[in-house]
Design a protein around this ligand. Structure first.
Ligand code: B12
Length: 483
């Protein structure tokens, strides 16, 4: 359709959500919060649409066809994790082949931490770094107007100058510095495909209609200093309740997942939210993602239970106090964990724990201490992860300086970067040792007795037989039990 035939005078902006299953990757099926915020930020100014290849499970050809049919002026893509970089490249290749005139803008975590690399792909016209609030609409207008002069001084974008040379304007502000957070807008994305995830392959497993609600932005670990700065932006209780109410009324949601890792960080806000949930719903099933143990105490756990919390996962990371203190500098005293487990048992809140093995500087003995801790503390389920040197993290820099990364290491490795892969070799461990240990200790600890086997199966809403098959695949593929 030519521009003159259009009914709307507004420019057509199309946000594409890549299909996580492309390129043989594990499926990832969590409602993308960024898409809801971009809707709120763009739908008034533009003719805004979303092409959700993930929710609709579109094959590449179908996605490409639909991009062509929509004839957008601007194509947006959000990249939350470097692990999925191949799918992002696929989207831009498709976009340029059927809509060569459209300008492509790549935002989200991946372009924020790796702008040089993503701009090597000439199908990406612009990388957008950092938060979108108070910026994205203005930027799209500049792109539509071809105003290179103002783009050149727009902070937090990567672009090409008249000679085709990539220029990167550093990020000047973070999400905690903006004046007002926007509420997620559900009016354009069809969220139905994301509501039930009752399989073990998808994160945020749930057998009832459930949805993640993000309540804060920022974090203290990982690549977050590059992405969100040091501050934290908390949504207000009334904004969260408004979203929950809409989800219940319109989508008959039965459970909410609070997946932001800072959900409990502001005690006052959590207490206010949970009391309001009790007042409004009496009881509403909810689960947080991983929580920091030091935010928990008996009073809070009781309130959490009363309001509907079914399950928590504590991020212990290491069972070696030395590793916590000296290597990851996490302010966690392991002594506080057993009383929390005890209280959760008393209240009937299921408690899982996350451990990370394979940090640079960690000894084999430290790793064995983590395994022993995971076993002795009697969690309902434990997960072992392998330290991943993500781009723009201290972990990556330390590993590089130690010579722990392979010579040909690349984040953009076709063989796979990310989940359940080990990369570091030190005097103490090799990638293979870590992957074998992880898969077998997961199996040994979680399924030690018939009672434990049933407990874990129940937690996942699976039968013991289904669980056994999952375990077999986990062992056979050393943890890569999907795809
Ligand atoms: C909550 C969270 C999750 C939740 C997801 C919840 C959800 N509904 O999406 C869960 C627990 C499921 C999760 C899973 C994973 N996560 Co996570 N997660 C986070 C966390 C803590 C916050 C993310 C978030 O919701 N932010 C709020 C949203 C709105 O922000 P945003 O996506 O960045 O979007 C803003 C801007 O980037 C921008 N923007 C985004 N897209 C676009 C697009 C355009 C065109 C434009 C202009 C702007 C724009 O606008 C938005 C509003 O300002 C971040 C840490 C962080 N501070 O970012 C890690 C983080 C993103 N996760 C990370 C990882 C590694 C993962 C996993 C791969 C872990 C794993 N091994 O399984 C998976 C895979 C996720 C996937 N497939 O995308 C890493 C990614 C690092 C990297 N380089 O890859 C981070 C940065 C943490 C870290 N370790 O450093 N995660």
């Amino acid at each position: 359709m030519s521009h003159t035939q259009r009914t709307s005078l507004k420019a057509k902006v199309l946000l594409i959500i890549a299909n996580t299953r492309w390129n043989g990757k594990r499926p990832f099926f969590i409602l993308p919060h960024a898409a809801l915020l971009l809707t709120a930020l763009l739908k008034e100014d533009f003719d805004f649409a979303i092409l959700d290849a993930n929710g609709k499970n579109l094959i590449e050809e179908e996605c490409q066809k639909q991009i062509g049919e929509k004839a957008p002026d601007i194509i947006l893509l959000s990249g939350q994790a470097t692990e999925y970089w191949m799918q992002y490249e696929t989207v831009f290749r498709m976009a340029k082949s059927v809509a060569p005139e459209a300008k492509t803008i790549f935002g989200g975590v991946h372009p924020t931490v790796m702008p040089e690399e993503v701009m090597r792909d000439t199908n990406v016209d612009y990388a957008f770094l950092g938060h979108a609030e108070e910026r994205v609409s203005d930027f799209i207008k500049l792109v539509l107007a071809g105003d290179i002069g103002r783009i050149a001084s727009f902070s937090g974008v990567a672009w090409r100058d008249g000679n085709g040379k990539v220029q990167i304007n550093p990020v000047k502000s973070y999400i905690s510095q903006i004046k007002k957070l926007v509420d997620p807008d559900y009016s354009v994305l069809n969220i139905e495909p994301y509501l039930v995830r009752n399989t073990m392959e998808y994160q945020g497993n749930s057998s009832v209609r459930s949805v993640p609600v993000t309540t804060s932005y920022g974090c203290n670990f990982c690549a977050t200093k590059t992405i969100s700065g040091k501050g934290i932006a908390f949504r207000t209780v009334s904004s969260i309740l408004k979203e929950m109410d809409m989800l219940v009324q319109r989508y008959e949601i039965k459970e909410v997942l609070f997946l932001d890792d800072l959900f409990l960080a502001d005690r006052k806000r959590v207490v206010k939210l949970l009391n309001a949930i009790i007042e409004i719903y009496g009881f509403f099933s909810w689960k947080p993602s991983s929580v920091s143990a030091w935010h928990l105490d008996d009073d809070l756990l009781e309130l959490m239970k009363k309001s509907g919390c079914k399950q928590i996962t504590v991020s212990v990371e290491s069972g070696s106090q030395r590793v916590l203190d000296e290597i990851i500098r996490k302010p966690l005293n392991l002594k506080i964990i057993p009383p929390i487990v005890k209280k959760c048992r008393e209240l009937g809140i299921a408690i899982g724990a996350n451990f990370v093995i394979g940090f640079p500087g960690e000894t084999w003995q430290d790793i064995r201490e983590s395994v022993a801790c995971a076993e002795q503390m009697d969690f309902d389920v434990v997960h072992f992860h392998i330290a991943t040197p993500l781009p723009k993290t201290e972990l990556y820099e330390t590993a590089r300086k130690m010579g722990a990364l392979p010579e040909n290491f690349s984040f953009l490795n076709h063989g796979g970067f990310g989940f359940s892969q080990a990369f570091l070799t030190t005097d103490e461990f090799t990638p293979n040792e870590l992957m074998i240990l992880r898969a077998y200790e997961y199996d040994r600890i979680n399924f030690a007795t018939p009672e434990k086997e049933m407990r874990v199966a129940k937690l996942y809403g699976k039968t013991v037989e289904q669980m056994r098959e999952h375990r077999k695949q986990t062992r056979r593929k050393l943890g890569v039990h999907f795809g």
